[in-house]
Structures are given as structure tokens and as C-alpha cells.
Design a protein around this ligand. Structure first.
Ligand code: CO
Length: 171
């Protein structure tokens, strides 16, 4: 509901800038954009808190490969596996890596940690991560946005880093 409310507000702003007569049309367009998988629709609905909704699918894809948050913000990330396949064959997690981490090498290292849901132990490359999910599962983590810059995020399940990776931009 909150997301829709924010989108409605931005639609209203568009209308007030853009003149008269096309109110319904513009509102619908705005809602469509908000639902698109390609769009970043992070919502800051209270000062200093950004809510992000990320999904992983049975097609081995995140719904977004770009997330933007503000430096210093508290990020509330909801991560959902919207597929049906089990964790053992199509597990998904969100692993945010420190700057300078070699993503491919990290993926290789993670392979050795099946017992730990493919999260390497004793690594200093991870800023934050979720647990590994199977189809239909959902989790939430909260973390402080790191300093300004671009950070890789991946799914560390074997083989997934090739397709499941994105950039978190802190601006
Ligand atoms: Co995955």
C-alpha cells in the first residue's frame, strides 16, 4: 500500500507540473513503471530509511540488477524467492560485497561452503548477506548503507553468480 501511495504522489506531482486533462492516463503510466522489473523503485518513505524489494526466480534471475540508496540510510531489504524450486537446486541469497572483491573468485570460494549455505567462513569480503532461500520463501535484513560508491551484489549459490549479480549504488 505504501508503495502505491508514493507512486500516486509522484503521479500527482507530474500532473501539477504537466498541465491539465491527462490525469488518469499519467497516473496509470506511473503505476505501470513502478511495477516494471527493469525499474529501480526503491522507496524512501521515512527520513533516512530506504525500502528495497528484491526477488530471485526459478529462471536464476534477480528482478533488478541495479539498486540505489542514499549514503547513511538504513536499508530495509526484503528478499523473496518467487519461484517454486527448492533451495537445494535453485537456492537464492543476496550477498553484498566490499569494493574491490573479485566476484568470480568469491563465487569460486563460496562453492566450498555448502554446509554454510555457500557463505564462506572467515571472509572479510562480505558487507551483509541474507540467508539462502528456496521457492516461496521470503526474508528481510536491515543494514546501514556503506560509504558512497558502487558495490557488487550476487547470489552465491553454485553457478548463479554468472546471472545473479547487480550493483548497489550508494549516492
Ligand atoms: Co541463486
Amino acid at each position: 500500500m505504501k508503495k502505491i501511495f508514493v507512486l500516486f504522489l509522484s503521479a500527482t506531482l507530474l500532473v501539477s507540473c504537466g498541465g491539465d486533462g491527462k490525469k488518469e492516463e499519467e497516473k496509470n503510466d506511473s503505476l505501470k513503471i513502478g511495477n516494471s522489473a527493469e525499474t529501480t523503485d526503491e522507496v524512501e518513505d521515512e527520513e533516512g530509511v530506504t525500502k528495497v524489494y528484491l526477488t530471485g526466480s526459478d529462471q536464476m534471475k534477480f528482478n533488478k540488477n541495479q539498486i540505489t540508496v542514499n549514503a547513511g540510510d538504513e536499508v530495509v531489504l526484503t528478499f523473496e524467492h518467487v519461484g517454486k524450486l527448492p533451495k537445494e537446486t535453485m537456492g537464492h541469497n543476496f550477498v553484498l560485497l566490499k569494493k574491490g572483491t573479485n566476484v568470480q573468485e568469491f563465487g569460486q570460494e563460496a562453492l566450498e561452503y555448502k554446509e554454510n549455505d555457500y557463505i564462506p567462513e572467515n571472509t572479510d569480503a562480505i558487507i551483509v548477506h541474507t540467508k539462502m532461500l528456496g521457492g516461496g520463501e521470503k526474508t528481510q535484513i536491515t543494514f546501514q548503507a556503506p560509504e558512497k560508491g558502487n558495490y557488487d551484489y550476487i547470489c552465491s549459490f553454485p553457478g548463479h553468480v554468472a546471472l545473479m549479480k547487480g550493483i548497489l549504488t550508494v549516492k
